[in-house]
Design a protein around this ligand. Structure first.
Ligand code: ASP
Length: 350
């Protein structure tokens, strides 16, 4: 695993700032270009720490397009069978089939690409990048997405790990006592499944380089045990991801349906565009979901949402933030202070 060392990161961003200053002094008559360049910065959901954020930063420092750097970062998590919310090893739908969603968006070209409900392809974020680069479309789903990926050389493979299959079977067999499926309960819990939580999980990663180029990616196996064909927020531009090349990038994890209804990531970036710090913009989007959550099955007795949604954002200046509906938890960030996890801001205190 390649890791980026903090000293190399700092000297590289300092060099970028130095280069900006040198260019500025060469044309002293144009004071408007005496602008401090942003520090490169990457944010992701907590499951991106430390490897995804490190890989993405390494790509940015190496001068790769930010959109490629963030996709390389999340690819590590898609390939990791231990992360059961993304790519290979992700939890399946109610029929035991792994269906993946992903999107990318690039602030430089102002283009996006996405796939929904793709099966048997391990790296949907890379397929989304191909949709962005090699088609005039924004979203390809299901069988068509798989055929598109295969046409571009992606291998078809089984994504259902033994652990994910066992977790699905446990869920299926304990759904009801009035069906013909018996739980395989030997009296002892399966230690392999002890930490399998199920339901939600995704990775979002957004980055900015020293030029102020911004991009983001979101990739997921979606809601576990979902109805086959269900598409979450992750491949929906404006919901699970949004990038405005002039202002910033934001993405989200958590209950996708709430995020689709509120255009969550779009509202974060719009708030940044209107002048908010990325952290406040994320709180704003989380509060918006609280405001728009009314259906009985989605609220607790006190009227507050019975689920969580989390936002992650960077702006063109190299500032970042993360916020959730409910207090607690952390997001990952790699900036001038290093690769680390940071407490979320929040809309509601637990
Ligand atoms: N947002 C994802 C979805 O609804 C799940 C998650 O992030 O936990 O598909």
């Amino acid at each position: 695993m390649s890791r980026i060392n903090r000293r190399r990161f700092l000297s590289s961003s300092a060099a970028a700032i130095g280069a900006g200053a040198a260019a500025a002094s060469a044309s002293a008559k144009a004071p408007e270009i005496l602008v401090r360049r942003p520090h490169p910065c990457v944010v992701s959901s907590a499951n991106g720490y430390p490897h995804c954020t490190s890989k993405a930063m390494e790509g940015i420092i190496a001068g790769k397009p930010v959109v490629d750097a963030v996709v390389e970062g999340v690819t590590l998590v898609e390939n990791d069978p231990k992360d059961m919310s993304v790519g290979y090893g992700g939890l399946p739908n109610e029929e035991g089939v792994v269906q993946l969603d992903a999107s990318v968006m690039d602030g430089v070209s102002c283009l996006s690409g996405a796939v929904g409900c793709i099966e048997n392809i391990k790296n949907p974020a890379k397929v989304a990048l191909h949709v962005m680069r090699y088609t005039d479309h924004c979203l390809i789903v299901g069988e068509g997405a798989k055929r598109f990926a295969k046409a571009h050389g992606f291998k078809e493979e089984n994504l259902l790990t033994e652990r994910a299959r066992k977790a699905w079977l446990r869920w299926k067999a304990s759904l009801s006592e009035r069906d013909d499926w018996f739980p395989k309960d030997t009296g002892r819990a399966d230690p392999d499944l002890e930490k399998v939580k199920g339901t939600y999980g995704t990775i979002n990663c957004n980055g900015v380089n020293s030029e102020g180029d911004v991009a983001g990616v979101t990739t997921t196996s979606g809601l576990s045990w979902k109805i086959p064909g269900r598409v979450g927020d992750s491949p929906i531009i404006g919901a699970g991801l949004y990038v405005d090349g002039d202002h910033g990038a934001a993405g989200s994890t958590g209950r996708g349906e709430a995020n689709i209804i509120s255009c969550g990531s779009f509202s974060v970036v719009e708030a940044i565009r209107k002048g908010m710090h990325p952290k406040d913009a994320c709180v704003y989007a989380a509060r918006n979901i609280v405001r728009l959550t009314r259906a009985k099955h989605l609220v607790r007795k006190d009227g507050k949402p019975n689920f969580n949604v989390k936002f992650y954002a960077v702006d063109k200046k190299g500032r970042h933030g993360g916020a959730a509906i409910w207090s607690g938890g952390k997001y990952a960030a790699f900036d001038a202070d290093g690769n680390r996890r940071i407490d979320f801001a929040y809309a509601l205190e637990r």
